[in-house]
Ligand binder design. Structure first.
Ligand code: ZN
Length: 326
C-alpha cells in the first residue's frame, strides 16, 4: 500500500510483516521525510528480516538507506528487529523515555520488573505455583545490548527529520506508547493504540524503578478521548487495516471497555473475589493459556471501577479481594 498526500506532505508506505499471532501481521511504516524514517521494525526472526529487506528492495531501497528509526513502543513485534537493523546500519533510534530500559536492556530494571510482577500476581490471587510458571519465560538471562536511545520523544515534541510531525503520547497499551501526527497530511500513525475491530490490548508494565505503577486503562481512556476529533483522514495502525473514520473506531473501543467493565461488575454482583477468581469466571476455558494477559486486563478494569467508586478492595494475606460498592 502506498499513500500519496498533499504536496506539502510526505509520502508514507506501509509494510506488513508476518507475526503468526492472533492480531495478524505487524505494520511498519516508511516516511519519506527530510530523513527516510522507519516506524517500528517487526519481530526478531529471519522471516521478518527477509520480508523487510524484500519490501525495501521492491521500493528500490536497501536497509542502509534508512536514516532513522522511531518506535511507537517496545513490544517485540514493533522493536524486535532493531538490533539486526542497527548492526547493518547504525542510525539514531527515537522513542519514549519509558522505552529506554527495554531498548538498552537495563539489567537493574529487568530485575525490578520481575519483582514487580511477582508481587502483582500475588495480589491478583494467582497461586505461587502458577505465578512461577508465568514467570518462567522471564528467567532467561538478559544479554547486553549495544543499542542506545538517541533521543526521548514526549507529548508535543516535534519529530527529528520529519518537520511536519508531532508526538502524541498514547500510554495505555504500554507505558512508552507514542503516536505520530502530521497535520499537513491529516495522518496519524497510532501503533497499537487503536486497532480496528480488535479489543484494546492493555498491558501492565513495571514502572520506573521504585515508583508506583500506572493505571493503564484509565490512561488509555484519556488517550482515546485525546485523539477524538483530531483532524485526520487516515490512521495507520500497528496491526489491521487503515482507519478512515477515527472517531468511530475510538467510540467502538470505548464501548468495548464499558462492556468489559460491566462483565466484571456482574461477577462481583454475585460474590466478592480476587482478580484471579474473576478471571476464571470470565474466561473459564482460556484463563490458563493467557493468564499473563488477563492479569493486565482484569487488574486494569478493576482500577477503573475503583476510580469510579463502583468497586472497593480489601487486602487479605497479600491478595486483594474486590467487592461491589452500593
Ligand atoms: Zn504492542
Amino acid at each position: 500500500m502506498c499513500g500519496l498526500f498533499s504536496k506539502m506532505a510526505q509520502k508514507i508506505d506501509s509494510i506488513a510483516l508476518t507475526t503468526n499471532w492472533p492480531v495478524g501481521p505487524v505494520n511498519v511504516y516508511l516516511i519519506y521525510g527530510e530523513k527516510l524514517t522507519l516506524i517500528d521494525t517487526g519481530l526478531k526472526n529471519d522471516q521478518s528480516w527477509k520480508e523487510l529487506n524484500e519490501a525495501l528492495h521492491e521500493r528500490g531501497l536497501d536497509i542502509r538507506d534508512i536514516e532513522q528509526i522511531i518506535l511507537t513502543h517496545h513490544h517485540s513485534d514493533h522493536a524486535g528487529l532493531l538490533e539486526r537493523i542497527i548492526e547493518k546500519n547504525p542510525v539514531p533510534i527515537y522513542a519514549h523515555e519509558n522505552a529506554r530500559p527495554y531498548i538498552e536492556r537495563d539489567v537493574a530494571f529487568n530485575q525490578w520488573s520481575k519483582e514487580f510482577f511477582r508481587e502483582l500476581f500475588t495480589e491478583f490471587g494467582v497461586s505461587d505455583r502458577l505465578a512461577q510458571r508465568l514467570n518462567h519465560h522471564k528467567k532467561k538471562k538478559l544479554t547486553e545490548s549495544s543499542l542506545v536511545l538517541e533521543k526521548e520523544l514526549k507529548e508535543g515534541d516535534g519529530v527529528p527529520g520529519l518537520s511536519s510531525w508531532k508526538v502524541i503520547e498514547t500510554k495505555g497499551h504500554s507505558q512508552d506508547h507514542i503516536s505520530l501526527y502530521c497535520s499537513d497530511s491529516r495522518v496519524l500513525i497510532c501503533g497499537d493504540h487503536i486497532i480496528k475491530g480488535t479489543p484494546a490490548g492493555i498491558f501492565l508494565d513495571a514502572p520506573p524503578l521504585g515508583e508506583e505503577r500506572a493505571k493503564p486503562l484509565i490512561q488509555y481512556i484519556d488517550n482515546l478521548k485525546k485523539c477524538l476529533h483530531l483532524p485526520v483522514d487516515q490512521t495507520f495502525s500497528g496491526h489491521g487495516p487503515t482507519i478512515t473514520n477515527l472517531d468511530d473506531a475510538i467510540h467502538e473501543q470505548l464501548e468495548r471497555i464499558e462492556n468489559r467493565a460491566s462483565r466484571v461488575k456482574n461477577i462481583l454482583k454475585k460474590h466478592s473475589g480476587t482478580g484471579f477468581e474473576i478471571t476464571q469466571e470470565m474466561y473459564p476455558k482460556r484463563f490458563q493459556q493467557s493468564l499473563g494477559l488477563f492479569v493486565s486486563e482484569i487488574t486494569s478494569v478493576l482500577d477503573l471501577l475503583q476510580q469510579r467508586n463502583e468497586v472497593g478492595a480489601i487486602k487479605k494475606r497479600g491478595k486483594y479481594i474486590y467487592h461491589l460498592l452500593n
